[in-house]
Design a binder for this molecule. Structure first.
Ligand code: NAD
Length: 361
């Protein structure tokens, strides 16, 4: 199947390309960034700004995708730093993608929303169909994106579906995000032997290991339309307290010291997010089941982080590259996809978008 991905150079997109190519799809990646070195063979790339309608239309016309995964976005922490840019990318970008899909015959658009879309004060666990009143620019643009997609589905019959991701964890350098404390516990634990998290020990948010997140998008895309009563779905995997993550790591990293020094601004954002998501709708309607809990994620992630070069070096992909792609990537450059994109990102993109290869929760 022909598939186009927006924001394909980011944390999720980089690993999604590998997964989709491995499943035999014909993939076109698009991003503000140039094509990353070591792209799997056969993957097309169109440098595209989603805020410019003509560029989105040109990319969709050339790729003729049946399905679009719309990932391009400005995420939570960056969205608070440059809120009007977040508005343009997340609002105009989503409208341009939906409009191109409608007018150019794309069958399905997969949208990636977030726990940041809910806002504070909701019952625990947070249900699929609650009133959403987020307190960040990122959150409010994601709610609007959900609603706009549902509008296109109702009014024009576009097959719009999406997941609300928890904080995603993978072997990618964190940077500037509010759930980054989780990644730093792994990275700094291995590299420095100590880490003071910027949150309270009892901080609890929904988290998910990247392979589960990628599988969720693909399984939702492939789910029979007739079985879906919703279009947007909570998905959940684990909600460990920060000190539980530290204890889980300490068992495997003897001698490592974890402390907690809460940053009031970041703690405020964390406290505004749900602690747990109720994913009953996803389980019932398309059979969603996470495969990774804290223990299994920790075993796999620690192995990846230990295998990474020192700070600032390459990140490991969350999914295995297809054999051919792996060989090519190795021959071209010794870096994994996520980190290679950092090098490929042009200066202009750096100024307006959060750096690729950093996770922002
Ligand atoms: N990573 C997480 O923990 C997380 C959690 C919840 C939801 N999500 C959602 O998943 C999606 C992917 O997130 P990610 O972690 O890969 O983010 P990321 O920041 O790593 O990647 C986003 C990509 O979008 C690109 N981009 C930014 N502005 C653009 C523009 N104007 N035109 C084209 N491309 C542009 C960036 O260059 C980047 O490569 C996002 O929609 C995000 O909201 C992610």
């Amino acid at each position: 199947m022909r598939i186009l991905i927006t924001g394909a150079g980011g944390q999720v997109g980089t690993d999604l390309i590998t997964l989709l190519v491995g499943r035999g799809h014909q993939v076109t990646g698009t991003d503000l960034a140039k094509a990353p070195a070591g792209l799997p063979p056969g993957v097309a790339w169109a440098q595209t700004d989603v805020t410019v309608a003509e560029e989105v239309f040109d990319a969709v016309k050339a790729a003729k995708p049946e399905v679009v995964y719309h990932l391009a976005a400005i995420l939570s922490a960056t969205g608070e730093r440059i809120p009007f840019r977040a508005w343009r990318v997340n609002m105009d970008g989503t409208r341009n993608v939906l409009e191109a899909a409608r007018l150019l015959g794309v069958r399905q658009v997969i949208f990636t929303s977030t726990i940041a879309a809910f806002g504070p004060g909701l019952d625990d666990p947070v249900g699929n169909d609650v009133s959403m009143r987020p307190s960040t620019m990122y959150g409010l643009t994601k709610v609007a994106g959900e609603l706009l997609g549902e509008y296109y589905a109702t009014k024009w019959g576009l097959d719009f579906r999406g997941v609300r991701f928890p904080g995603l964890i993978s072997a990618v350098e964190p940077g500037g995000g509010t759930s980054d404390y989780v990644n730093y516990m792994y990275f700094h634990g291995v590299r420095k032997g100590a880490y003071d998290a910027f949150c309270r020990p009892d901080t609890t948010i929904p988290l998910m290991y990247m392979p589960d997140a990628l599988r969720a998008m693909v399984e939702l895309s492939e789910a029979p339309k007739g079985k879906l009563e919703h279009r947007m779905f909570n998905i959940a995997a684990m909600s460990p307290r920060a000190d539980e993550i530290a204890a889980c790591l300490a068992k495997r990293l003897p001698g490592v010291r974890y402390g907690f020094k809460p940053d009031p601004m970041k703690q405020g954002i964390l406290d505004s997010w749900p602690k747990r998501l109720d994913d009953a709708a996803a389980r019932a309607e398309w059979g969603w089941r996470p495969e990774y809990d804290l223990e299994r994620m920790t075993d796999e992630l620690l192995a990846l982080v230990r295998a990474m070069p020192p700070e600032g070096g390459a990140a490991a992909p969350a999914v295995a590259a297809p054999a051919k792609a792996k060989a090519t990537a190795k021959a071209k450059a010794p870096t994994a996809p996520s980190a290679r994109v950092v090098a490929a990102k042009p200066a202009a993109a750096k100024a307006v978008a959060a750096p690729v290869g950093k996770r922002r929760g």
